[in-house]
Ligand binder design. Structure first.
Ligand SMILES: NC(=O)c1ccc[n+]([C@@H]2O[C@H](COP(=O)([O-])OP(=O)(O)OC[C@H]3O[C@@H](n4cnc5c(N)ncnc54)[C@H](OP(=O)(O)O)[C@@H]3O)[C@@H](O)[C@H]2O)c1
Length: 360
């Protein structure tokens, strides 16, 4: 004879069943969200294209910029970036935050998220260290701050050497910067020694014009792997890029959004992220303006290094691997060029090596 089920037992069973259903719903939601984030990470790691440098080494075509990332924000930003699949971080001595970038790299290696060899870390030689005898000390300082044994890429930050000393920009009593009389070719030769000593895998230049690159090429034994220059829809750099490509030098585009928070912007400078042409293309693809700009950079065969300390934007900026701009759309963006340079480093305009007086 079956035992009659009391109403209390029925209620308990109902509660248990409901809990199981709710728990399984919550669990599958949780599992799905894990699956999704794992999926994004795998996609990002697998699909960020890598460019082959002229020394045979590979450089991820998308990295995280760190200029103007405050020391108290950059550690989390770099950690988020690595979690989201970024493997390339663009740093510089002069950004004043290499220690904090280094903390994030150390944490992610210790957590087992990445190995050192998975990462591509760039730093840059500041202008007051151009004298050949100072170059090795400068890279060693950046390495110590970043907590690394070697860099993947070390760049001459700008062609303009400044008087060696403590300040980042030395000024005379009249308020004019004091330059150094070093020759960029001698500085570059000291950079080559860093490769031979294993302190960096690759070397390159930044903010160099065609004539300056040609001088380096005419006098070097290790050609620059990249020239890192400002490049965005209002400064498309067509001729300089064509020249670099013809010499097997990659181009890394900096300030690709036009550096909206740059202290060097003038009030009349247009904001690429708000450009209606870019906005229209973004709407067609169900994407945002930032996605379209980064895609345009990548499809030109360049390397992009968007800076953000905002987790959502760091995620957005790598979410560019699932759509393609048509040739006509690429051309529409190319046509926005107005040769507007935000990082014009005007204070150095009278320097013998100021690069932006030449057409390119
Ligand atoms: N070699 C050189 O001389 C040189 C010069 C300049 C820059 N660089 C390098 O290039 C990197 C990038 O250039 P940049 O920092 O001048 O400017 P950028 O990447 O063009 O723009 C960065 C700015 O855009 C915001 N942002 C980022 N992603 C966004 C998105 N998806 N939507 C809307 N806003 C977004 C950021 O804000 P939040 O951070 O607040 O999110 C930040 O204010 C630098 O960080 C640096 O590593 C090199």
């Amino acid at each position: 004879m079956s035992t009659p089920i009391s109403s209390m037992t029925l209620a308990a069973l109902a509660v248990a069943l409901l809990s199981m259903i709710l728990l399984s719903m919550w669990d599958s939601k949780l599992m799905n969200s894990h699956k999704i984030s794992d999926h994004i990470k795998t996609m990002a790691q697998d699909k960020v294209p890598k460019l082959k440098l002229n020394n045979g080494l590979l450089m991820p075509a998308l990295g995280l910029g760190t200029w103007l990332s405050s020391p108290n924000e950059v550690t989390q930003a770099v950690k988020d970036a690595i979690d989201l699949g970024y493997r390339h971080i663009d740093c510089a001595f002069v950004y004043g935050n290499e220690n904090e970038v280094g903390l994030a790299i150390k944490a992610k290696i210790e957590e087992g998220v990445v190995k050192r060899e998975d990462l591509f870390i760039t730093s840059k030689l500041w202008n007051t260290f151009h004298r050949p005898g100072l170059v090795e000390g400068a890279v060693r300082t950046s390495l110590e701050r970043l907590g690394l044994d070697y860099l993947n890429l070390y760049l001459i930050h700008m062609p303009m050497g400044l008087q060696e000393g403590d300040g980042l920009v030395p000024f005379d009593k009249d308020g004019k910067f004091i330059s150094s009389d070093t020759d960029i070719v001698d500085t570059y030769k000291a950079m080559e020694e860093l490769v031979k000593k294993g302190l960096t895998k690759s070397i390159g230049v930044s903010n160099f014009n065609k004539a300056q690159i040609q001088r380096i090429l005419d006098n070097c034994s290790i050609p620059p792997a990249t020239n890192q220059v400002e490049c965005h829809p209002y400064l498309t750099q067509v001729k300089l890029i064509e020249y670099c490509k013809s010499k097997d030098i990659t181009v890394t585009a900096y300030s690709q959004f036009g550096s909206p928070a740059s202290p060097f912007r003038k009030p009349e400078d247009p904001v690429a992220l708000q450009d209606p042409v870019i906005g229209g293309i973004a709407t067609k693809h169900g994407k945002k303006a930032g996605h379209v700009i980064l895609r345009w950079i990548l499809q030109r065969g360049l390397i992009a290094i968007p800076k953000s300390v905002t987790q959502q934007r760091i995620a957005e900026n790598i979410d560019i691997l699932d759509f393609t701009l048509a040739d006509s759309e690429m051309k529409e963006i190319d046509a926005l060029n107005r040769n507007i340079r935000i990082c014009s480093n005007d204070i150095f305009r009278s320097h013998k090596d100021y690069p932006f007086n030449d057409e390119y």
